[in-house]
Ligand binder design. Structure first.
Ligand code: ZN
Length: 170
C-alpha cells in the first residue's frame, strides 16, 4: 500500500526514530509499503519517518539502468549503524521526497561500512561508495531527524528544480 509522504514542517521528520526491538508482521507490512511508496514516487531511498513512523527502518534501491524499473538491488536497513567512514568526501547533489522541488549540494564520506538487520532480522554488513553511500547516509540522517538542508556545503548551495517527469514520459 502506497502511504502518504510526510513533508518538511511535519514534526515526525525532526524526531529521533526508535530502534526496532522486534520484527513483527506489522514491520513487514511497513517495509512492503515503504518499498511501494518509494517506487511510486520514483525515489531511490525512503526512511520510515517519511511515512510517519518513527522507527529505525530505511529502504534503498538504486536502479542499475534508470530506464529499467527493478534493475537495481533493494536494501532493507533495520537499525542501521555506520561502523566506518572514509575521510575522503564526495560532494554531490541531493533531493528529498519530503522536500519536493528543491535540490542542494551536500558533502558526504565517499565510502562507508554499514551494519544493519535485513527484513528477516539477519545481521549484515555492507560496504558502499558513491551514490549508494550517499543515499544510505541521507536515509540514516532521516532516522536522526536530520534533513539534507542541514548539511549543505554552503547556505546558498540550494536551488529549485522542476518536478521530475513521470517515468512514462521519459
Ligand atoms: Zn530524504
Amino acid at each position: 500500500m502506497n502511504r502518504p509522504i510526510r513533508k518538511i514542517g511535519d514534526p515526525v521528520l525532526r524526531r529521533k526514530a526508535k530502534k526496532v526491538e522486534k520484527i513483527t508482521k506489522e514491520t513487514q507490512r511497513l517495509i512492503d509499503d515503504m518499498v511501494e511508496t518509494m517506487r511510486a514516487a520514483d525515489g531511490i531511498g525512503l526512511a520510515a519517518p517519511q511515512v510517519g513512523v518513527s522507527q529505525r527502518i530505511a529502504v534503498v534501491e538504486i536502479e542499475a539502468d534508470e530506464n529499467v524499473p527493478g534493475s537495481g538491488k533493494l536494501y532493507v536497513l533495520i537499525n542501521p549503524e555506520i561502523v566506518a567512514r572514509s575521510e575522503e568526501e564526495q560532494v554531490g547533489v541531493e533531493g528529498c521526497l519530503s522536500i519536493p522541488g528543491w535540490q542542494g549540494e551536500v558533502a558526504r564520506p565517499a565510502r562507508i561500512t554499514v551494519r544493519a538487520l535485513d527484513r528477516n532480522g539477519q545481521r549484515y554488513r555492507l560496504e558502499a561508495e558513491g551514490l549508494l553511500a550517499r543515499v544510505i547516509l541521507h536515509e540514516i540522517d532521516h532516522l536522526d531527524g536530520i534533513l539534507f538542508l542541514d548539511r549543505l556545503t554552503a547556505p546558498d548551495r540550494i536551488w529549485r528544480v522542476e518536478p521530475k517527469p513521470a517515468r512514462s514520459a521519459a
